[in-house]
Design a protein around this ligand. Structure first.
Ligand code: DGI
Ligand code: FE
Ligand code: FE
Ligand code: FE
Length: 188
């Protein structure tokens, strides 16, 4: 495996400064959420740190990897917002030599969420949404809910992201809708 210093250096080289600082904050927030939810803090911090490793990989590299590495070819109809989680794990394994399936799954699910989510998946998903650099309307409410109950945080994020995407008339990845139908809806 690579040393922490090597992982940090590779991550820094693969993105701009702003994205790198976001990853550092997601790592710190993941560590806090892990502590609150009885999860391995170092593992959560690493997953949070690498979650956006592939966010700025050139589109042409993504298209090539999707075609050559047996990914679902429907992914070619999407963009980096969707690719950097689901396909991003390919670059994380290749470049950072991280093979822990729990970490890779958390990265894979961090943008869309999923019906099935592990504690680590939820930690990274929520840390990405509430890290201290986020400033959208509702973020304080999201922080309060998430620190009180991780699952309720997941439902809040999925509801708000879906509403925002629809408001902007974006195409919705089906897994995002499936995740909303599981975590977002009122249960009473
Ligand atoms: O990578 P980040 O910006 O830190 O955050 P992210 O990976 O959670 O989300 C990246 C973007 O993807 C964000 O603007 C919301 C968007 N997104 C999430 N679900 C969907 C989506 N975009 C589309 N088009 N469809 C989705 O289902
Ligand atoms: Fe992301
Ligand atoms: Fe996210
Ligand atoms: Fe992120």
């Amino acid at each position: 495996p690579l040393s922490s210093a090597e992982i940090i250096a590779k991550e820094k080289a693969n993105m701009d400064e702003k994205r790198f600082e976001h990853c550092v904050r997601v790592s710190e927030t993941s560590r806090e959420l892990a502590k609150l939810n009885g999860y391995d803090e170092d593992k959560a911090a690493l997953a949070g740190f690498v979650h956006d490793y592939a966010k700025q990989v050139p589109v042409e590299q993504y298209r090539k990897v999707i075609k050559e590495q047996d990914f679902d070819l429907d992914l070619l109809n999407w963009n980096r917002a969707i690719w950097h989680g689901i396909v991003g794990t390919y670059f994380i394994e290749r470049d950072l030599k991280i093979r822990d399936p729990e970490i890779l799954t958390a990265v894979r699910r961090h943008t869309t969420g999923d019906v099935k989510m592990t504690t680590l998946d939820k930690i990274v998903f929520m840390a990405d949404f509430i890290e201290p650099g986020r400033h959208f309307p509702g973020v304080e409410e999201a922080r309060k809910i998430t620190y009180a109950n991780l699952d309720e945080g997941v439902g809040y994020q999925l509801t708000h992201t879906l509403a925002f995407l629809i408001e902007e008339r974006n195409k919705i990845y089906p897994r995002t809708i499936d995740a909303y139908n599981f975590w977002g809806i009122k249960k009473d």
